[in-house]
Write a protein that binds this ligand. Sequence first.
Ligand code: UDX
Length: 435
Amino acid sequence: MHIGIIGTGYVGLVTGACFAEYGLNVTCVDRDEEKIKALKKGKIPFYEPGLEELAEKNFKKGRLAFTTNISEAVNSSLVIFIAVGTPPRGDGSADLKYVEEVAREIAGHLEGYKVIVTKSTVPVGTGKRLKSIIGGALRGKNIHFDVASNPEFLREGAAIEDFMRPNRVVIGAESPQAAAILQDLYRPLYLIETPIVVTGIETAELIKYAANSFLATKISFINEMSRLCEKVGADVHVVAKGIGLDRRIGPKFLHPGPGFGGSCFPKDTKALVTLAQENGMELKIVKAAIAANEDQKLFMVEKMKSVLNPLGEKTIAVLGLAFKPNTDDMREAPSIDILNALVAEGARIKAYDPVAAATAKKVLPKEVVYAKDAYEAVIGADAVAILTEWNELRNLDLGQIKKLLKNPNFFDLRNVYDPQKMKEAGFNYHSVGRP
Ligand code: UDX
């Protein structure tokens, strides 16, 4: 089968490379000529472990093609995935202008039956809207098509793994034919017994928002528990383990930290709240998760301020900037709000991130100075703060760090180190939710 993927961002490119790896013929389309040129040279415009190799291998085998010509993809494919951005608007709702633009372009090239699938996260009701947009553009022509929803559940930094071994595949289709075609697409997965949930389009669209909002709520829950733990002298990791052993809760996504970031949780939680409001109801739990996440970032600043008071003229070495490890993505990274608040209080920041420094420079205060490694960042600093749990930050030479610091203040905002060992090593050690 031949498929087309419109949009070569994080979701489109991972989807294209992985479907090609299954042996499908994939044509990836983007209107950005520079991006397509770079992709043809094997250059991926963002950091995602394993993606460059996977795309290059399938490109060389001729199973993965890149073009700016959407008609090429539409005419050669039975299934066309829409994987363009749905950026948040000011009011939190998702901006569908790119999705709708692509739908109109696809309609302009339809000559026979196709299944047009939203892969990007889109508000409930988008499938129905695309149906009327495409149907309107085809008025008078006797051309059949189906619209479907196949939401992605990919984590940045683990996207290929998540695509190849998903917990489930969700297909929202309006006809048995479209459902059968998409199930056939995922047949290689079915062979390893991946559950495939086949449902209506609105249900599939809502599953995506509900999943991300529930995961974000879990994170905000454990972050609030970490603050209570600090008050009562409990250990949040033992609380997380103690509740996570209950199979109804599960151990995942119960790691406290500086708050959730990324291009999904912040955007999708707000979009779901807006969707509910548009339908005359209030999602109090999701709203609370969003508020608790904002509080968590501010709480991290207060934690540092309580030790480095006043923050003015203090130098803080910040290790890790990306919203999570194994990505260069700075979208909604907690480091943005935290460093802005620290700089606003007069603190000097020396920052290090193994991968995200280049993207960070575009969004962090211009006063931030960047170091080539963790040790250079800590030289002469009044404190060091870990904001992203990169593997290389898990085994720092603590003796060296202590020697290079002006004062041995250590804020471990991802609980990478053991409090007892850090105190024995002579640090004034602070972490999240642990005595
Ligand atoms: C998320 C969902 O996991 C994925 O299924 C969906 O398709 C896209 O959104 P992603 O945003 O890439 O993936 O990263 P994820 O690993 O979920 O982490 C999101 C944020 O939550 C990060 O800032 C991370 O640091 C934070 N987090 C995650 C925690 O603070 N604690 C946790 O226990 C887990």
